[in-house]
Unconditional design. Sequence first.
Length: 277
Amino acid sequence: MEDYNRIALTAAQKTIKNPSSTTQKADSKKAVKLITWNIYRRNRHLDKLADFVRSLNADVLCLQEVPLTALPLLEGTMPHMVTCREFEPHKKRMETQLVILSKHPLETHTRVEHGSPPATSRAAKWSGKCEGKEFHFVDLMLNGQPIRVFNVHLPLKVPPSFRLAELDYLRKYLAADRKNFVCGDFNSFGGPLVNPSWGWYYGYTSRDYLIHERRHIEQMMAAHHLTNPFSGKRTHQMLNIQLDYILTPSDVPLQNTQILSTRCGSDHYPLLIEAKL
C-alpha cells in the first residue's frame, strides 16, 4: 500500500498569495476509502463479522449476500446503514440483503427494482430462489465532493445477456452532477473458457456463447467515463476470474487499489480503493 500524501505569516506581515496553496490543500485531504465485499450467505464466521467490518475502517462499505441474521450484528459498526432486498426465498431458501454502511451522513437512499423478467434457466429453476430483486444507491458528500455510490449483485443463474441488461438498466441512475462509484458482485463469469461448458445450464442463447462479459461491462461503462481498476484480477476464492467490481470515475485519481487477502469466512475477497476526491 502506498503511503498517504501529507502535506504563517505574522499578522503584521502582508499576506502573500501562494499560487500552489489550492493544490496543497487538495493534496492534504485524506483519501476516501471505499470497499465492496460479498460476505457469502452461508458464512459460518458471522460472529467475527462486526469486528472485521470495524477493522476495515472504510468511509463507505458495500456488502452483498447479507443474511437477515447478520443485520443486527452490523448495527452500530458504522454510523449509517441502509439495506435493500437481494435474494428472496423460494422453497424456504434464505433471504439476503444488500447493505451500504457509511461513516458519513447520507443525503438520500434509493432502492430500485431490477425490472427483469423471471429467469428461466435450468439453474434458476433448480435453485428455487429469486435473484437480484433490487439494487440501491446513496448520495453523500465526501471531502466536499458530491458522490453517488451504487451497490449491486447481479444474478448468477442466468446468461450473460441477462446480467448486461440489468447493468444497462442501472446506467439510467448514474448521476450527471456527481461522481459515480458502482460497487458489487457482477457474477461476470461469461467468457470463452466458461461459455461452451455451462451455456446449457444457464440458459444461453446463441448470442450469449460469444459474449466476453467483463469486456462488455468495461465498454458499457466507458461511455460514462467509468473505469475498472481491478480489470481481470481474481476476486473469488475458487474461480480465477473477476466477479467483483468497484467502477470508478476516470478523472478521479486512485491512491491505492487492493484485493484484501482476509475473507472472514466468505468465498469472495474484499476489494478496496482509496480515491483522491
